[in-house]
Design a protein around this ligand. Sequence first.
Ligand code: AMP
Ligand code: MN
Ligand code: MN
Ligand code: MN
Length: 281
Amino acid sequence: MPSMIDLHSHSVVSDGLLTPAELVAYASSKGVRVLALTDHDDVAGLPEAQAAADEHELTLIHGVEISVTWRRRTLHIVGLKVDPQSPPLVQGLQQIRNGRHIRAQGMAESLARAGIEGSLEGAYAYAKQGIISRTHFAQYLVEKGHASDIRSVFKKYLVKGKPGYFEYNWASLEEAMGWIIDSGGIPVLAHPGRYDLGRTNMLLLLEEFRALGGVAIEVVTSSHTTEQFRQFALLAHQFGLKASAGSDYHGPVHSYIDMGRLPELPAGCVPVWKDWPEAVV
Ligand code: AMP
Ligand code: MN
Ligand code: MN
Ligand code: MN
């Protein structure tokens, strides 16, 4: 039976395709009862999402997905139940968004050197409401026929060693965790299976994450295989961490899994929502 709880999703405020209100309406139509909006490095979509959630009698969890650089790798830390007005969080996210503009210029220059012109304006045309991200560059590259779809763009461009890649330092793990915790939120390590860390570094990361106040890791998420559900359920248990579940929905076409289709957590996991009154269904 699919789960009615989805704790990771995106709107047009970051790199999703639906407005916050459309996203909430869509989630509700698919049977989701508890939804976290977790836009990259921005909380600007939460008021609109909250209004739509009230209308649809859906519980909205106020979230954010923060970009972090850890040992020269990019990680994503999801904050759940954050206070979007908490000053350190607001200031920290603003700083990341400023950096995104600088990075976008670097990405565009790199693409120009590879003969692809106009990508800065092209990407911003897709980033209508909020942050500028690689997804918006990917959309422009597809538009111009450099790849057939978003997934194949990331094989040829925008990743280490390829045109459009620009080394950038996000927040530190310590900063991001601090902003979330200071705002009363719950830090969750997003999609750990995507980091390609190797066993030793993954254990090191989990140790550090826990030491900094980390609460849960995403066990069930659309970029994990069934084998990874099992693997990260085991690691969560081993580290005394709770388990989260989120589709990481970015909108039709851009998503690996549809809303409302998320499998249940493996047996033995302690759900991050275990003591949440709103998650009693
Ligand atoms: P950014 O935060 O600007 O580096 O953009 C990262 C976003 O790009 C992720 O949140 C995904 O939505 C998207 N992305 C990254 N890698 C891929 C991929 N291989 N296929 C599709 N989308 C990707
Ligand atoms: Mn994204
Ligand atoms: Mn992510
Ligand atoms: Mn995400």
